[in-house]
Design a protein around this ligand. Structure first.
Ligand SMILES: *Cc1c(COP(=O)(O)O)cnc(C)c1O
Length: 407
């Protein structure tokens, strides 16, 4: 690594060629100012000044690279973009104000009126609203299909299909989609395969390596991991990302430098956090399976999970989200949840703190009874986003839930 004292420098990306995601998480996208600070600097400024009128003109004209205004570029935001792009193995990343802004910006930049989208049915609730309510108003039609039903994906694709959009593993039932097969389908149609990689992060899954065109994140979840900031990012080939960047520069859903700095710090510990989430989640899933009051456990790390072999091939770990059905209905599920004392009752996920959710009345409460039934969101279903607390303390707290149901 090299740096010069007299100016802000980027540590050359070529030094990082071939390095593992663990190293990229702490080393990619590093900048240093003339103060030679070791931790990344925050640049909380809306605009930048020029040495002369001629330089201002050159910057605005694009002949000279450099910052102009923080809706366009900001060094801290660029550092975050470079780090996550390196980790996902993409050419360029574009940071956004939230995960939803990342999805919206991708669609606004790459779709037009008359285009058709095929989307997996189990996507994040607000993603569903975005496609069904808002994009539909602008003449983009969306067909929803089961994530794991390849025949349904094939049947839904039409000559005007421009995008296949999905999350894998799904929320909350941890179904896993075959990215290579979906990529082949998208390519045959000339459509883009867009993967929301929020649940796995680049530590556990790099969709671009499996043929996806674009990866999207809600940085709010695991990338931060400590519940501090809302943000998002889109990663992919330069030509596509230049379009997404053009949209956010014009429309304004940019990430703030402060949030970018928090996410940079979050990325540094992401690999060790993800391993801790995975270890705890697998052990809890196995433990839950042995409980009398538990009907079924949903976790791709369990051998009896229908896509266990695929998840093993496609992912480097099974993630931190575990769902299970209790014997009983809403009353039993709520009594179980209310009996826990340490675990947080919240719909958020991806935090170092374990969270517990009743999907049927919160995250998936807006679905019609038929859609709930189709998505497997029953009243006795509970979702855990397993944190990094000691496993025995988690079992003790969940044990309070089982005790409240009579063991
Ligand atoms: C939370 C979430 C989003 C939306 O992200 P925000 O940062 O809340 O806008 C999108 N996709 C998935 C899978 C999520 O969990």
């Amino acid at each position: 690594m090299t740096y010069r004292r007299e100016e802000t420098v980027w540590i050359p990306e070529s030094d990082l060629d071939g390095m593992s995601v663990d190293t990229l998480a702490v080393r990619a996208g590093q900048i240093r100012t003339d103060q030679l600070e070791h931790s990344d600097a925050i640049f909380p400024t809306s605009s930048f000044v020029y040495g002369s009128a001629a330089q201002a003109a050159a910057r605005f004209g694009g002949e000279e690279p450099g910052n102009i205004y923080s809706r366009f570029t900001n060094p801290t935001v660029q550092a975050f973009e470079q780090r996550i792009a390196a980790m996902e193995g993409g050419e360029r990343a574009v940071a956004t104000a939230s995960g939803m802004a990342a999805i919206l910006s991708t669609c606004m930049a790459l779709l037009k009126s008359g285009d058709h989208v095929v989307c997996s049915r189990g996507v994040f609730g607000t993603t569903n609203v975005l496609f069904q309510k808002y994009l539909a108003r602008f003449g983009v039609e969306t067909t929803f299909v089961s994530l794991t039903d390849m025949e349904a994906w094939r049947a839904a694709v039409r000559p005007d299909t421009r995008m296949l959009f999905l999350e894998t593993p799904s929320n909350p039932l941890c179904e896993v989609a075959d990215l290579a097969q979906l990529s082949a389908l998208a390519k045959a149609q000339g459509a883009l395969l867009v993967v929301d990689n929020c649940f796995c992060t680049p530590v556990l899954q790099r969709p671009l390596e499996h043929g996806a065109d674009i990866v999207i994140h809600s940085a709010t979840k695991y990338l931060d991991g400590q519940g501090r900031c809302v943000g998002g990012v889109v990663v992919g080939p330069r030509a596509l990302m230049d379009e997404v960047y053009g949209f956010i520069r014009s429309a304004g859903p940019t990430m703030s430098p402060f949030n970018a700095w928090v996410f940079l710090k979050g990325l540094e510990t992401l690999p060790i956090r993800m391993r801790a989430h995975c270890d705890n989640a697998l052990e809890l899933a196995q433990w839950l399976q042995q409980q009398n009051r538990v009907e079924t456990v949903y976790y791709a790390g369990l051998e009896r999970h229908p896509q266990h072999a695929l998840a093993k091939r496609q992912q480097n770990g099974f993630g931190g989200v575990v769902s299970f059905r209790l014997r009983g209905g809403r009353e039993e599920a709520w009594r179980f949840i209310d009996a826990t004392r340490m675990i947080s009752i919240t719909a958020n996920l991806g935090d170092v703190k374990t969270t517990i959710t009743h999907p049927a009345t919160t995250t998936h409460g807006r679905l019609s009874p038929e859609d709930k039934a189709r998505a497997g969101i029953t009243e006795n279903l509970i979702r855990l986003s397993v944190g990094i607390e000691a496993i025995d303390d988690l079992k003790t707290d969940l044990g309070r839930g089982f005790a409240a149901l009579g063991g």
